[in-house]
Design a protein around this ligand. Structure first.
Ligand code: BV8
Length: 245
């Protein structure tokens, strides 16, 4: 405890405020993005080392890509799926799972498709952008297995091309995840947003939809985030560890 407080003195007042808010809140919802998993060595999307800095999302993460350039689409998602096998949830995921068990937080709405909140033991999770671990036919929507996708097999039922169950640009979010996330956000007296640039609609709108207090924990914080009641610039895992102490 002493060590981290000494090394990160600038965080103390903000961390204390967040701890107090968390203890006093009766309904807390967490909204996470790719920054939650960079400490697990998974690249995010829009940072310098992020996916979209090296590859144009329109060429791989759209239904056009699925239809017109399946080889590239398949290569991109296979690489992500295989990459995830080398990684595991980090301390930040673990702390959120622990907070849920202790009744400190009630729900996690996540834009992440990596499934790490589930792996860490969180239960009440809403996957706004789907899951990279579920597969279906891009044509008839019948479900499929990971190995079928990785081996570039076609759909057993209609011969169509297989795809992971992520929400591509231009696709609607899973209705239930969206509705339930919104319900939680609306009844929250505290919403903690972690590791997201908030650039992707409609998840970006969620923090505005609460009457509760809003907190933003992110590696980069700038003036576009001034709507938050509290902003903490830093790494998700490190900040959550300080709050947890
Ligand atoms: C929709 C695929 C209705 C899955 C993803 C123009 C044309 C067409 C569409 C649009 C348009 N303008 C707006 C739109 C709508 C579009 C959109 O918002 N586009 C934006 C980019 C302009 N949205 C949609 O299309 C959505 N659907 O709107 O449906 C509709 C229908 C038809 C037509 C129009 C509308 C669907 C959105 C889902 C897109 N799918 N990817 C995949 O391959 O994974 S989005 C992609 O971004 C990721 O999946 C991710 O979930 C999402 C959000 O990103 P973040 O998580 O925020 O990640 P990012 O890198 O941006 O930020 C990370 C942050 O963490 C950084 O700030 C970094 O500093 C920080 N950080 C890093 N490490 C740490 C950290 N912080 C703390 N600790 C650390 N350790």
């Amino acid at each position: 405890k002493k060590w981290s407080s000494l090394c990160l003195p600038e965080y103390s007042p903000k961390v204390d405020t967040l701890s107090k808010w968390l203890q006093n809140s009766t309904h807390t919802t967490i909204l996470t993005g790719a920054g939650m998993s960079t400490e697990s060595n998974i690249p995010d999307f829009r940072s310098k080392e992020g996916w979209w800095n090296n590859i144009d999302p329109r060429t791989v993460a759209t239904t056009d890509a699925l239809r017109d350039d399946y080889d590239l689409f398949h290569e991109f998602y296979s690489m992500r799926i295989n990459g995830l096998k080398q990684c595991k949830p980090n301390i930040g995921h673990d702390i959120l799972a622990d907070w849920e068990q202790k009744g400190l937080i009630q729900a996690i709405a996540t834009q992440n498709v990596d499934g790490f909140h589930t792996l860490a033991g969180s239960k009440n999770i809403y996957e706004l952008h789907g899951s990279i671990h579920k597969f279906r036919c891009g044509n008839c929507a019948m479900s499929a297995e990971e190995e079928d996708f990785l081996s570039e097999s076609n759909c057993k039922y209609c011969g169509g091309k297989l795809r992971p169950g992520v929400v591509l640009f231009g696709e609607m979010l899973p209705e239930e995840s969206w509705r339930d996330s919104l319900t939680h956000i609306q009844k929250s007296d505290l919403v903690i947003v972690i590791g997201t640039s908030l650039e992707v609609y409609p998840a970006s709108q969620l923090p505005k939809m609460t009457n509760g207090k809003t907190v933003y924990i992110n590696a980069e914080v700038d003036t576009t985030h001034h709507n938050f009641d509290l902003m903490i610039e830093g790494k998700a895992g490190e900040i959550l560890k300080l709050v947890d102490e």
